[in-house]
Design a protein around this ligand. Structure first.
Ligand code: GAL
Length: 984
């Protein structure tokens, strides 16, 4: 029976690491949200780029709010289906950690809760029966979908995390277990997932790092205890300032205290950072958490012995269709290693690749024990902190070195004293000193096993090593330019031979050869018996790709220490490798003419190379390596410039509500005399948008009253979330706007009214930008913070009920008509309610008018639509962005207060706020964009200024031209416009 269970348990663990299919594996993972790249055909591309970094896993959230926008109707087809996500992960060889919430945070609107959950009486994420019941349908459906994709069913899912950072509850503390409130909620969520068939281990991400929900801690405890950490924080405006107050120390001690029987797990570790409205742009966040940050902070994590490690985000993607929370804009690039448009030029992509690959070939790390905080006894200077990891059973030790002040940008020299199989040594033994130049960290090793050859020590970081044919081994070491490094090898391995150009010093000391060198831009190679050691500058290592050869099922493409690998130098990207006979088949990408060089392979009889199935002409390099060149002749692509007259725009007014003829009888009356909202209400009937089923995009209110001749002022208090704006009209007279700021989520304003006619009927029209709901800490109900008109006063009317309010948001509210694009894609604007943003709108008889040269006159909203053809050649990946230019408004020279929504084939892929920014370029993925056929592009242009607005410039711009081995994504189903009979 026990044996049977052991066989069944494909995922087990001990205090050191996860064990998958009986084999220890470093779970080196990155976060990637399928819903932020709604082109399923591109998921494989992202997985391959993550796999090429040496990662073994990906962690992903699912967003309840996007799947169950209509209560009771969980939509899981089209772009919402995870089928291709699972199959792409398997194909790339990536294990998955599923995080279905139901609360996910993730900078999503309402933290991933559906809008209707805001109306629940009970506190969200509590054990209130209405909240628990609300989650059941979603959890059972998503639970089953994830269960079907578990490793036990042949899929990639190896772990599941219920809820998210569920570590605090006001008034409760984690020591109060076992029966407290939040423990019951956690247990309930876990039970629903187990009922749905989840058998793989559960994990928790305790952001308090207090042992909450650790195994054995009581009700709701998970299998694998993990923590979250964001030490760089989010101040992307000061990207060179590393905060010190969250620098991780003592994590191993905490872990041993809280969860001694599970591997040290970091479920989220900051791999980028976030920006918001009026901010500085995502590229600044990429600087805040750059390659140096990855070197210092990630290596610090390894010094604690982390073996399940997930970095958040590895690929951020897009907050398309209003899916984001109010604190972020359309781009969710996150300054991550892989850019929003799937490019890998950020240096930290390469830095992570060096680190992750090291762990793939270093099984000794997986059983090492962290020796705790920096210890001066190993190192010659207090300027350097060294934290050891001791080998267990295996003799390898790891010494993680950094500046004692981890933020230090200066240089320090040091030597290291360590005990090895040849006794205690102070290194370097020969000449020079080790150096820590600027923000850097090193992993020095002793008695490291290179496939049966003992590397007595190396001060240079190890990138990778493989077994070549026969008993050959190739090892790659790297360091920073001009650094001195040293390694030692037993004399029994052979006599070192230096390649031409290698200036290393070789000295025999006792029973070892000591090789000391200075890192140069030029490659240096030493051969010692069967072992060839490449001594590289880090930047050359960046261009080298260790690739796993496919294996037999069930390992197939997943990583395994027993797998054969090939090491190739190439340019932009290598995705996969296979060998048949003398032929080496590679797939990958190039962005210029690129030389491929076979550094090492398990076969010495390779004679030919194909790249993306094309045979290449091969030769031998001076050092005897097989080489070939991939040519690069970029195709000529013609892209539309929407600013010019060659582009025909059709125009329709999108605020007919301002016309005296407009009939709002089909609108919803704001008639609720009560609200469940914890903030209560200050008006006779609730005016909160969520009370009427509107949760996204924009909102329009209509307030009808009859004049008593005493009105002089109209006061409004409106909440739309950070970055929001609004405009107010009385009949067709513009009263004014709030243009928004990067700080306010609420803005009150008093408008002076023109003199009104006694006993005449009037109507206020208020258009509000809805920027998405907030996220929350458990127990705060912050998500429910209202959106919309929260209070008003009309002078001369002491009874607020004199004004009768109506509301609309997106057509249908929670019963949204466009299931393909989900519940959040549309807002309240007339053109959206009519569905004109969808492909092929009914433009017959519409005015020709350009958003760039004509724009809109006065305060109001115009809808502009055009179409164009693309014809991209096969085999080329050309990421495209729609780029807005300039701050031109009707009044030349002023900073135009205008807002634009960009719809591409019906998908809202941009909210551009001219007066706030910072985002001006909006990437739209292939698949949403039809790269070989017709595309429809529409803009809503909302001028918040009385003098109107024109878009300063608008063009489709290629961000890169890449000859690519990606599989071309199929077109995402994008239903066209059909008449909406019930639209008003
Ligand atoms: C974490 C949270 C993630 C994400 C991150 C910040 O605390 O679990 O979902 O919001 O912060 O990007």
């Amino acid at each position: 029976m026990l044996l049977f269970l052991l066989v069944l348990a494909l995922v087990t663990w001990d205090q050191h690491s996860l064990i998958v299919r009986g084999e220890r594996v470093m779970i080196y993972s990155g976060e990637f949200h399928p819903f932020r790249l709604p082109s399923p055909g591109l998921w494989l591309d992202v997985f391959q780029k993550i796999k090429a970094m040496g990662f073994t896993g990906v962690s992903f959230y699912t967003d309840w709010g996007l799947l169950e926008g209509n209560p009771g109707e969980v939509v899981t087809d089209g772009v919402w289906s995870l089928d291709q996500f699972f199959s792409a992960a398997s194909e790339a060889g990536i294990y998955l950690i599923a995080r279905p919430g139901p609360y996910i945070n993730a900078e999503t609107a309402a933290g991933g809760m559906p809008g209707w959950a805001l109306r629940l009486n009970g506190t969200l994420r509590s054990t209130a029966p209405d909240y628990l019941n609300a989650t059941v349908n979603y959890l059972s459906i998503i639970g089953k979908i994830i269960a079907d994709a578990q490793i036990t069913n042949g899929g990639p899912v190896i772990m599941v995390q219920p809820e998210n950072e569920y570590s605090t509850w006001p008034g409760e503390s984690f020591t109060q277990f076992p029966e407290q409130f939040n423990r019951q909620l956690m247990a309930f969520t876990e039970d629903r997932l187990r009922d749905a068939g989840i058998v793989v281990p559960f994990a928790v991400n305790d952001n308090e790092n207090k042992g909450y929900f650790a195994a054995g801690s009581g009700l709701g405890a998970v299998d694998i205890y993990g923590i979250d950490a964001y030490p760089f924080r989010y101040d992307c405006a000061h990207p060179y300032v590393w905060p010190t107050y969250r620098f991780p120390t003592g994590w191993q001690t905490n872990h041993t205290a809280f969860s001694p029987s599970t591997p040290f797990t970091i479920m989220e570790f900051e791999g980028g950072s976030g920006d918001g409205w009026g901010g500085v742009g995502e590229d600044m966040c990429a600087i805040l958490v750059n390659n140096e940050g990855i070197r210092v902070l990630f290596k610090n994590n390894y010094s604690f012995g982390v073996t399940i490690f997930n970095t958040y985000m590895i690929y951020g993607g897009t907050n398309w269709g209003n899916l984001g929370y109010h604190g972020g804009y359309t781009s969710y690039d996150y300054g991550a290693s892989i850019t929003e448009d799937r490019q890998i030029w950020r240096e930290k992509y390469s830095e992570m690749k060096l680190q992750a690959n090291f762990f793939k070939v270093s099984p000794a790390y997986l059983t090492a024990t962290a020796g705790n905080v920096g210890n001066g006894s190993f190192v010659s200077t207090p300027a350097i902190a060294v934290t050891p990891l001791w080998g267990n059973g295996m003799k390898t030790n790891f010494y993680v070195a950094r500046h004692a002040d981890f933020t230090c940008t200066g240089n320090a020299s040091y030597s290291l004293t360590v005990s090895t199989s040849i006794g205690n040594v102070t290194i370097p033994q020969l000449s020079g000193t080790l150096s820590m130049i600027g923000r850097d960290s090193k992993i020095h090793v002793t008695d490291y096993d290179v496939g049966g050859i003992n590397l007595i020590y190396s001060t240079a970081d190890i990138y990778t090593w493989i077994k070549t044919s026969g008993s050959g081994r190739v090892l790659i070491l790297y360091g920073g330019l001009n650094e001195t490094h040293e390694f030692a090898i037993p004399i029994s391995v052979g006599k070192p031979k230096l390649s031409s150009g290698c200036a290393a010093t070789v000295t025999k000391i006792g029973s070892s050869w000591v090789i000391n060198w200075e890192v140069t831009a030029a490659r240096q190679v030493v051969t010692i018996g069967d072992l060839t050691v490449y001594l590289l500058w880090r930047n050359e290592a960046y261009d080298i790709w260790p690739l796993e050869l496919p294996a037999a099922v069930p390992i197939s493409n997943y990583s395994s220490i027993s797998k054969s690998m090939v090491i190739i130098k190439a340019g932009n990207l290598l995705r996969s490798v296979s060998i048949d006979g003398h032929n080496l088949h590679l797939t990958g990408d190039v962005n210029c003419t690129t030389t491929l060089e076979v550094i090492a392979a398990p076969s010495d009889s390779l004679t030919s190379i194909t790249f993306n199935s094309n045979p290449l002409h091969t030769t031998k390099s001076s050092s005897g390596n097989l080489v070939a060149t991939v040519g690069f002749e970029p195709p000529k692509t013609t892209l539309p410039d929407f600013s010019t007259s060659s582009c025909e725009w059709k125009y329709h007014d999108s605020l007919p509500e301002l016309s005296p003829m407009y009939d709002d009888s089909l609108w919803i009356n704001c008639s609720h005399t009560t609200t469940t909202n914890p903030w209560g209400k200050r008006t006779p009937t609730s005016l909160y948008a969520s009370d009427y089923g509107f949760h996204t995009g924009s909102l329009i209110y209509r307030g009808h009253f009859t004049s008593n001749g005493k009105e002089s002022n109209f006061l409004v208090n409106i909440t739309g979330g950070v970055g929001f704006g609004y405009s107010v009209w009385l009949n067709s007279t513009f009263l004014g706007s709030w243009a928004g700021s990067g700080a306010n989520q609420t803005w009150a304003q008093n408008f002076t009214l023109p003199s009104l006619q006694l006993r005449e009927k009037y109507v206020f029209t208020i258009l509000i930008d809805h920027m998405g709901q907030d996220e929350e800490a458990p127990g705060t109900d912050a998500i429910k913070y209202p959106r919309g008109l929260t209070y008003f006063a009309l002078s001369g009317h002491s009874n607020l009920a004199d004004a009768q309010w109506k509301i609309t948001g997106n057509l249908g509210g929670e019963q949204y008509p466009d299931l393909a694009r989900g519940p959040r894609n549309e807002g309240a604007m007339y053109a959206e309610r009519m569905g004109w943003h969808l492909p092929s709108p009914p433009t017959q008889g519409w005015e020709n008018r350009s958003p760039v040269t004509d724009g809109v006159d006065g305060a109001g909203v115009g809808f502009f639509t055009t179409s164009f053809e693309l014809n991209m050649p096969d085999g080329w990946d050309v990421p495209l962005s729609f780029v807005f230019n300039g701050t031109r408004s009707g009044g030349e020279g002023t900073e135009g207060n205008y807002r634009v929504q960009l719809f591409v084939n019906g998908w809202q892929f941009g909210k551009y706020v001219n007066n706030l920014g910072p985002q001006t370029a909006f990437p739209v993925p292939e698949g949403i964009l039809n790269y070989n056929g017709r595309n429809d592009v529409s803009l809503t242009l909302w001028s918040l200024d009385a003098d109107g607005a024109k878009v300063g410039g608008f063009a489709l711009v290629p961000q890169a031209i890449i000859k690519s081995g990606y599989s071309k994504p199929s077109l995402v189903e994008s239903p066209k416009w059909t008449e909406r009979k019930n639209a008003f």
